[in-house]
Write a protein that binds this ligand. Structure first.
Ligand SMILES: *Cc1c(COP(=O)(O)O)cnc(C)c1O
Length: 356
């Protein structure tokens, strides 16, 4: 043990924290590495945040974020009591792991998925087993048919971008009727099928959303879980044992306004989906194999060029793409869909690099 670590709780010495994609502060950088939305948030959200900043910041926010629960519930056609908002979906996920996955059996997750899931397992001492994606990098629900402490999947999955149809989600829910099935729908608004409409029928279903991707509010830190009341109550117990006010006044006001501005949401997500399809065709024309994506990013590999080397060369040209040094995906680049101009710059840079 390093002496500076002697102050640490033993569990901290063994933690393997999540490594976020880089957020460098370099002007003119084309940032296609962390799946942020290339478009700014709703102007109504920005106005609501500014107005709120003028009024009442000396006071604590509503610990229940009632207005936000109502706005989310109205959008999804569910009850406000079925919504649990939090400080980014990462916080909501962490509370859900703590609340539901400390069981006598390991939880199941795909081998290739959001790498934070394993980090929460490490933080809370939750045992897990990984279930390999098939050769086409898809989740096969039949492979999850075994006793477990719960299941977590991202749908569409990250970083692959491939989505599961709702009928498959229902199979998973039926296979594990006595365990919580957590479906992380961070990217669902870019072409996936949401399971939120299933919560009244499945007491074991918890769906998690974020405002960071499809609502362009990564900087505001808002996410939520939707599920039946007994699941939401467990999350509320964890939250109120940790931080009573995870959502500040600015976040609540901005998030409510974002949900109310449906036109902005529809316009920006349509633009991202359109650019994704064009970019996918252009990457394939350059010789990349591109996984089918229902998200705001593409997972692509090139038979002749090493992915880490390509990422490094792109970086020299001021373009960031994400490379994961992980088994099965180390030859892929995960490329967030940018504006049409950003996508053009990427394709132009790749054309030059691949020709060299
Ligand atoms: C981006 C992402 C999140 C985190 O979202 P925040 O709300 O910004 O914390 C959660 N899950 C997946 C799969 C993501 O890609």
């Amino acid at each position: 043990m390093n002496s500076s670590q002697s102050f640490w709780s033993p569990v901290v010495r063994d933690l393997v924290p999540y490594t976020p994609g880089e957020q460098p502060n370099i002007a003119g950088l084309i940032k296609l590495n962390t799946n942020e939305n290339p478009y700014p948030p709703s102007p109504a959200a920005v106005r609501a945040i500014a107005a709120t900043a003028q009024d009442g910041l000396q006071l604590y926010p509503d610990p229940q974020a009632t207005s936000l629960r109502q706005a989310i519930a109205a959008y999804h056609g569910i009850d406000a009591a079925q919504v649990f908002p939090g400080n980014g979906s990462d916080e909501v996920l962490a509370h859900a792991f703590f609340a539901f996955f400390q069981q006598d059996q390991p939880i199941l997750m795909p081998d290739i998925t959001y790498s934070f899931y394993k980090v929460y397992c490490g933080l809370y001492g939750i045992a897990f087993e990984v279930v390999p994606l098939d050769a086409a990098m898809r989740i096969q629900v039949a492979d999850y048919q075994r006793a477990c402490g719960g299941v977590v999947i991202a749908n569409p999955n990250a970083p692959t971008g491939t989505g599961l149809p709702l009928a498959q989600i229902e199979k998973l829910l039926q296979q594990h009727s006595r365990r919580t099935v957590l479906v992380d729908e961070a990217y669902v608004d870019f072409g996936g099928e949401s399971a939120i409409g299933l919560i009244d029928r499945y007491p074991n279903l918890l769906v998690v959303h974020t405002l960071s991707k499809s609502r362009s509010l990564a900087g505001l830190r808002v996410g939520f879980a939707a599920g039946q009341r007994h699941l939401i109550e467990a999350l509320e117990r964890v939250k109120d044992s940790f931080n009573s006010y995870p959502l500040d006044r600015l976040a609540i006001a901005g998030a409510v306004a974002a949900y109310e501005d449906r036109a902005h949401f529809e316009k920006t997500r349509a633009a991202v989906m359109q650019s994704r399809e064009l970019l996918s065709r252009q990457l394939q024309a350059l010789g990349f194999e591109v996984l089918p994506s229902q998200a705001n990013f593409l997972m692509a590999r090139h038979g002749q060029y090493d992915a880490a080397a390509l990422a490094a060369r792109l970086r020299e040209k001021g373009i960031l793409a994400r490379h994961f040094k992980l088994p099965r995906i180390e030859q892929y680049l995960r490329i967030s869909v940018g504006t049409p101009l950003q996508c053009e710059a990427l394709v132009g840079a790749l054309r030059v690099l691949l020709a060299a």
